[in-house]
Design a protein around this ligand. Structure first.
Ligand SMILES: O=C(O)c1ccccc1NCC(=O)[C@H](O)[C@H](O)COP(=O)(O)O
Length: 215
């Protein structure tokens, strides 16, 4: 079995970024979305991304970005990945890939089996898919809500290689989530926090260790 890939998302400070890097996270995510408690300015994102260069893949997370924001985010963070966490269409994803020359990870919200119908169209244009729990109706945030979806929905579904599982994961449930879905890549935000936006180094270490127990 291949080693599980781990992404820690919503890092906004040097200390917790270092904890993720030292714990061996494969990807580190920086959220640029004003409504988020994990929002980092482009200047802060630039500094954090520089700090992580060469130690993990750097991901900038954007929600329905226009071309001006995209260009500014790419210039500032020089990301290895652009994660799109809004209502971007497959056509817009193809445009963003072409415009930026960066690989794109598309987050798809899942609540029920019918949400998986969208996956082939996204898989055709995105470099990677990230399956996240759909946010509750009227939520401020399209992700980072600490909710999980019924992993058994994925049983028998053929997913593209590298697909990441996300939503409500933590050190206590990540092994079971990996076992039940058969996926080999996970993403976490709330599950390594003490409160929204405040990451906990000890929880980051515990999460990476728990995910890696599953090989
Ligand atoms: O984390 C945020 O604040 C956020 C804001 C806007 C769009 C997406 C956001 N997070 C997306 C992530 O990548 C999270 O890691 C993912 O949704 C899982 O979150 P959680 O359930 O809190 O672990």
């Amino acid at each position: 079995m291949t080693e599980v890939r781990v992404k820690i998302c919503g890092l906004s400070g040097e200390e917790t970024l270092d904890a993720a890097l030292d714990a061996g996270a494969d990807l580190v995510g920086f959220v640029h979305f004003l409504k988020s408690p994990r929002h980092v300015s482009l200047d802060k994102g630039r500094r954090l991304a520089q700090r992580a260069r060469g130690r993990a893949e750097r991901v900038v997370l954007l929600v329905d970005p226009d071309d001006t924001l995209l260009a500014a985010a790419v210039e500032a963070l020089d990301p290895d990945w652009i994660q799109l966490h809004g209502g971007e269409s497959p056509q817009r994803i193809a445009e963003i890939r072409a415009r930026t020359g960066r690989p794109v990870m598309k987050a798809v919200g899942v609540a029920a089996a019918h949400d998986l119908v969208a996956l082939p169209d996204y898989a055709a244009v995105a470099d990677r898919l990230l399956l996240d729990a759909k946010p509750p109706l009227g939520a401020d945030l399209p992700g980072g809500n600490g909710r999980s979806f019924d992993w058994d929905i994925l049983k028998g579904v053929v997913l593209t290689s590298g697909t990441m599982l996300s939503g409500g994961l933590d050190a206590d449930n990540v092994e079971e989530a990996l076992a039940r879905t058969g996926l080999a890549a996970v993403d976490v935000s709330s599950g390594v926090e003490v409160r929204p936006g405040e990451k906990d180094p000890a929880k980051i270490v515990a999460f990476v260790a728990a995910a890696r127990r599953r090989r």
